[in-house]
Ligand binder design. Structure first.
Ligand code: IPM
Ligand code: MN
Length: 359
């Protein structure tokens, strides 16, 4: 029987509540499909930082390398200055474990409300492959004469050919494997960022023409991408883009698919240890109330199991999520609806876990 070692990073705010349900559902899938999950929990986050001054000990990074995957709740604490925990935990794990892909599916499930008029599940089903290791996130840059009228601030977009190539390779392979419309769109800004996105565009067409003649290539400027994601989301199959643009367009993607309550993502090192997370924040004002929809975290668990090669288990979680959405137990996405209809984070997790055992 396969046994997977999973590190749990519940994090801050409502992170622990949703992660509990993500694990519950993954364990239900493990029981059904005959494998097991051994979890180890780490308490990195705002509370630990406030109590000890420590964000993430160096030893933790080496420990995290020993797992088959990492499952994260949420990072972000209202009493900690923005950036400390995000950089010190989330970005540090991404960088040190070289999780150079951020895979973010944008899929509208039945009965989930999208703000896009006249669009349904048949129109909204694409995936963003966000480069996850470089760009403006490298920290290259600096500040001088801070606080004076002559302050200079600079934070550069930096890409090496290798970083671009390895991301494109993943995106082309993913598009081929997905086998939906076999179309990969590069989202860039070649009309202004004439160094960085010129590099991306050349690399994209070179690799595509050479190694992936079966994959159709498209190019969109990033601003136009946001426009078409809203107007014609059905145009997209897989979108590949740099880290900063990917960050921005996937928040739009999350809204298009019905909100942060359903949006999941994977920070993937195809050759190493990957980390899966609901992409929403820690929603501190709801902490402990049990009113946050755990579906995004449950879907992140689905991605985690698929990444480990448990395709059937992943598929069962997706089916269970859909069955739940079509059942009368589904209260709606928002905290308000969950509260009003007498549902809860745990009840949603229980219901989906039950469907996993039977769908
Ligand atoms: C995300 C988040 C992070 C990012 C923040 C919290 C550092 O917005 O995962 O999209 O910018 O990547
Ligand atoms: Mn983001």
């Amino acid at each position: 029987m396969a046994k997977y070692k999973i590190a749990l990073l519940p994090g801050d705010g409502t992170g622990p509540e949703v992660l509990r349900e993500g694990v519950k559902v993954a364990e239900a899938a493990a029981r059904r499909f005959g494998f097991s999950i051994e979890t180890t929990q780490y308490d990195f986050g705002g509370d630990r930082y406030l109590a000890t001054g420590e964000v993430l000990p160096d030893s933790a990074i080496d420990e995290l390398r020993q797992y088959d995957a990492i499952f994260l709740g949420a990072i972000g604490h209202p009493d900690v200055k923005p950036g400390i925990l995000e950089k010190g935990i989330l970005l540090r794990v991404r960088f040190e474990l070289d999780q150079y892909i951020n895979l973010r599916p944008v899929k509208l499930y039945p009965n989930v409300e999208t703000p896009l008029k006249d669009k349904g599940p048949e129109d909204i089903d694409f995936v963003v492959v966000r480069e996850n290791s470089a760009d403006m996130y490298t920290g290259i840059g600096g500040v001088q004469r801070k606080g004076t009228p002559f302050e200079v601030a600079m934070q550069c977009s930096v890409y090496t050919r290798n970083e671009v190539d390895r991301c494109l390779k993943y995106a082309f392979e993913y598009t081929r494997k997905r086998n939906k419309r076999n179309t990969l769109a590069l989202s860039g800004k070649t009309n202004v960022l004439t160094y960085v996105y010129d590099l991306w565009e050349r690399a994209f067409h070179e690799m595509g023409a050479r190694d992936y003649p079966d994959i159709k290539r498209e190019y969109y400027h990033v601003d136009a991408t946001t426009m078409w994601m809203v107007k014609n989301p059905e145009w997209f199959d897989v979108i590949v883009t740099g880290n900063m643009f990917g960050d921005i367009i996937t928040d739009l993607g999350a809204m298009v698919q019905g909100g942060m309550g359903v949006a999941a993502g994977g920070n993937i090192n195809p050759e190493g240890v990957s980390m899966f997370e609901p992409i929403g924040g820690s929603a501190p004002k709801y902490t402990g109330q049990g009113v946050i929809n755990p579906m995004a975290c449950i879907c992140a668990g689905q991605m985690l199991l698929e990444h480990l090669g448990e395709a059937e288990a992943g598929a069962a979680i997706e089916k269970a999520v859909i069955a739940f959405l079509q059942s009368d137990q589904y209260p709606g996405m928002s905290a308000k609806e969950i509260k009003e209809k007498g549902s809860s984070t745990a009840k949603i997790g229980d219901a989906i876990a039950e469907f996993v055992a039977t769908v």
